[in-house]
Design a protein. Structure first.
Length: 335
């Protein structure tokens, strides 16, 4: 754990929303730093504004933090996000107002990559469908045929950040030939992990498994859509453990029905919880998990501790371990 810090003046942190069973870890970090910590359960902008009116920092799980919210909280110095993605936060607006935005980008690297590999291998071997069949008394292999051995099949990683790179390393260990695409890397290069970088178009045309590891933004929204699925290798498997809206749900369901996709393993969805009317629920070749890829007891504790530590650091006038917009600190009145 980092060395405890002492705030410049008595500080208050408000957890705007949290579905965790306990905030004992957060309370311990705040108590050690001499910071007041309050838990609210906000879902709307107005609820956040009311709950955080006198807060120096907020910790957010799902609540919307917009320009409207930031304008109504002129004393706010930091926002801590439980997790990696910040698609519910207006980072640009926060930067303009001198509000630091912190996340914990590496807390779940091992856990999410483990989950992606687990889904990929389960789909490659038809484990879930075979299990369902046995429970019905059906010992036929028909529903999962054809299956192919993993060795030398092509595993495509879309997004070679921390989690994508870890997923690629683990896939290589299983015998997959691993390729990856990432707009920040040069096509034709090879990463330190031995992953060959190719274009997105080449990846979708070659990969037997397509595993998604990208942030959700204007460029990646519905990255996997009907047009892309028309160009994927026939019978490919899709794995998504990043953000639900990176895929067009209806397009994926259609591709699973008509055979363009052999199977899909999805941990995240455009709407969560997944609506009971979703076509995905009717498909035997879709394996669905409830946004659980991030979770292990170890990642859970690390996420909670480091999320609060980041905003405590800002309240102390220091640069936190993880900050998405360091320019905000230059504009802060505490700089």
């Amino acid at each position: 754990m980092q060395t405890p810090v002492t705030p410049i003046h008595p500080s208050k942190i408000v957890i705007t929303d949290c579905d965790h069973h306990s905030i004992d870890i957060e309370r311990a970090v705040a108590r050690e730093a001499g910071v007041e910590l309050v838990l609210a359960q906000c879902r709307t902008e107005d609820e956040v504004i009311a709950a955080a009116a006198d807060a120096d920092a907020i910790v957010v799980q799902y609540a919307p933090i917009t320009a409207k919210v930031l304008d109504a909280l002129p004393g706010l110095k930091a926002i801590g996000r439980y997790g990696v993605g910040v698609d519910t936060l207006d980072v640009e607006a926060a930067t303009a107002r001198g509000v630091a935005v912190c996340n914990v980008p590496d807390y779940g690297t091992e856990d999410v990559s483990d989950h992606a590999i687990a889904l990929a291998v389960s789909l490659a071997r038809g484990i879930t469908q075979l299990d369902r069949g046995v429970r019905r008394g059906d010992y036929s292999l028909g529903p999962v045929q054809p299956l192919h051995r993993i060795r030398d099949r092509v595993f495509g990683v879309v997004g070679l950040g921390l989690i994508g790179a870890a997923t690629g390393r683990k896939a290589k260990g299983l015998g997959y030939q691993v390729i990856g695409s990432d707009p920040l890397l040069t096509t034709g290069s090879v990463t330190a992990d031995g992953i060959t970088v190719v274009s997105f178009e080449e990846l979708i045309s070659r990969a037997d498994v397509i595993s998604l590891h990208v942030p959700l933004n204007q460029h990646t929204h519905h990255l996997i859509n009907s047009d892309v699925l028309d160009r994927t290798k026939p019978g490919a498997v899709l794995v998504n453990t990043c953000r639900g809206a990176v895929v067009d749900t209806d397009a994926v369901a259609a591709a699973l029905k008509d055979g363009r996709l052999h199977a899909a393993g999805l941990d995240v969805f455009e709407v969560e919880p997944l609506p009971r009317t979703s076509p995905l629920l009717e498909l035997e070749n879709a394996v669905l998990t409830p946004h659980a890829a991030w979770y292990s007891e170890e990642s859970y504790a690390e996420l909670k501790r480091r999320t609060v530590e980041n905003v405590v650091e800002v309240c102390a006038g220091r640069t936190p371990r993880n900050i998405l917009n360091p320019d905000a600190l230059k504009k802060s009145v505490w700089a």
